[in-house]
Design a protein around this ligand. Structure first.
Ligand code: CO
Length: 521
């Protein structure tokens, strides 16, 4: 055999190997894309349930959603997917896959192995308990009777401990649950970040409350017709870069952003005639989520390369547009003349400083979803500490009302008058969503840290916002965050983009500077 022939054989062999792997890989992708199509139907009927469905449609809808979700689960955890992942293992380890292919294989394997760890009877028990606990929670909250909810919450915590043991963890049992929402994040990372944030925030809140400054802006308390609110919100969402040919804005009881693909993103809000800022900020928040959704690459839809990294990174995008942009003085320099034009004859006497203050006022309150930018994180830290201690057996469910009220007093200087306004205000625990809350505060921290990098990359950012030029910011977020899908973990992406590991420093600097100036501290 001459050299040339040998070379050709070699070449041929490697091509054959590659071809075989591509086929296996492409089969996996085909399965993932089909699963995505199936799951996206659930996304649309879930959205419909919150926005359009008549009340009596609920029973059938629950069956439709349950059937779709079990079909997806069955197909995803099938032996066929397992065999494909197994067959791709060697190619992955020997570096034969491209970087994008390797991401898809790695992340699919991660989800597959996690899903396989829970036996069917436990999954069913979890679903049954969730449905019962949600009903009980609603009932108990109405009567403000924690004792009624306690047994099912105890059961939920017990089941979640079983889940965590099956998932496995290295240091802290809570890590196993955190990993569902914020892959890779650990208590060891959160504890110091949140402790620092808590201490400095409590001090800042005390200083702010000590000034005794409050605002009541008459020009914002007047009726602002809902149709005009909507058209103003759309103008702002569009200015931020939301594409209404690839998304919608509708009404629901609780604002959310859902959707299935970059070309079909569904945002919702709720409006109050006498509080035009409330829905406006909800829409800016959901627009941040929506821009992330629209910024994912359509060609990767249904695969990890076309999916968001984590809830914390998702929330960093909503907080960027809602708070870092939307509550800035620069934003209102741009937006106030437009706001007045939309509400001609209603709020033309609104003063610039009044609206900036109203959009940023700090007021300790009992309810998390109504909290301002400063006190919000204290609500989250309180829940995180309780969840962590519950999972580690350091506290018991029956002690929660007392622990809750003591910490509300320590952190916010308030004691709830009853458990409905205290420990039972959120739906998450009844749904078994333990490990979810920290992602809200992580979103604030990540957002501020990214924004420092944005400021370095776009030195003219403030003037751009005043001029309503949001394209450079949106493109920066798209290029540095959105388009990567799950290529990096949250921590790796932050280090890569900002040069530093995740920390509370950027957020604390931002918050202390901004609110120090606003309250003349
Ligand atoms: Co959000």
């Amino acid at each position: 055999m001459n050299l040339a022939a040998a070379f050709f054989i070699e070449e041929d062999l490697s091509r054959t190997t590659n071809f075989r792997n591509m086929t296996t890989y492409e089969t996996l992708i085909k399965h993932l894309k089909e699963l995505h199509v199936l799951g996206s139907i659930g996304g649309i009927i879930g959205w419909d349930q919150e926005t359009m469905m008549p009340p009596r449609g609920g029973e059938l809808r629950a069956e439709q959603l349950a059937m779709l979700s079990s079909m997806c689960h069955e197909r995803f955890t099938s032996n066929e997917i397992g065999d494909l992942l197994e067959a791709l293992k060697a190619a992955d380890e020997s570096g034969e896959l491209t970087e994008e292919q390797a991401v898809n294989v790695r992340e699919t394997r991660r989800s597959y192995e996690r899903d396989k760890k829970l036996p069917t009877d436990l999954v069913e028990e979890l679903a049954r308990t969730r449905s019962l606990a949600q009903q009980k929670w609603a009932e108990a909250r109405k009567e403000s009777d924690f004792k009624k909810f306690q047994p099912l919450l105890e059961k939920t915590v017990d089941l979640k401990k079983q889940v965590a043991e099956l998932y496995g963890y290295e240091d802290d049992i809570y890590d196993a649950l955190l990993d569902t929402y914020e892959p890779g994040m650990t208590v060891a990372q959160l504890d110091p970040m949140f402790a620092e944030l808590r201490e400095r925030t409590v001090k800042l809140v005390e200083a702010i409350v000590g000034t005794g400054t409050t605002s009541e802006v008459d020009a914002l308390k007047r009726p602002h017709p809902l149709a005009r609110q909507e058209s103003f919100e759309r103008e702002i969402a569009e200015a931020f870069g939301f594409d209404f040919d690839a998304g919608r804005l509708d009404l629901s009881a609780h604002p959310f952003c859902g959707g299935n693909a970059p070309n079909d993103v569904r945002m919702t809000t709720r409006r109050d005639e006498n509080d035009p800022l409330s829905s406006l900020y909800s829409v800016m928040h959901e627009t941040g989520h929506g821009l992330y959704g629209q910024g994912l690459e359509a060609k990767h839809s249904g695969t990890p390369m076309g999916s968001s990294i984590s809830l914390g990174i998702h929330e960093s995008q909503s907080r960027t547009w809602e708070n870092l942009v939307g509550r800035s003085r620069q934003f209102w320099e741009f937006a106030l003349p437009r706001f007045k034009a939309h509400f001609e004859g209603i709020s033309e006497d609104l003063e610039f400083d009044e609206v900036c203050f109203a959009a940023n006022e700090v007021k300790p309150s009992l309810i998390r979803v109504e909290a301002d930018e400063v006190t919000y994180n204290l609500h989250i830290i309180l829940r995180f500490e309780i969840e962590r201690d519950l999972m580690n057996g350091r506290v018991e469910v029956k002690e929660l009302p007392e622990i809750w009220n003591t910490r509300m007093q320590d952190y916010l200087g308030l004691t709830p008058p009853n458990d409905a306004l205290g420990v039972m205000q959120d739906i998450h625990w009844s749904m078994g969503g333990i490990g979810y809350f920290p992602t809200y505060t992580l979103g604030n921290l990540y957002g501020a840290q990214f924004f420092e990098a944005v400021r370095e990359a776009l030195p003219d950012l403030d003037n751009q916002i005043v001029r309503g030029e949001f394209v450079p910011l949106r493109e920066w977020l798209r290029k540095n965050i959105h388009c990567h899908g799950k290529r990096f973990s949250a921590t790796d992406l932050i280090e890569r983009v900002t040069g530093k590991p995740p920390s509370s420093e950027a957020f604390l600097n931002y918050m202390e500077t901004k609110f120090g100036a606003l309250y003349d501290l």
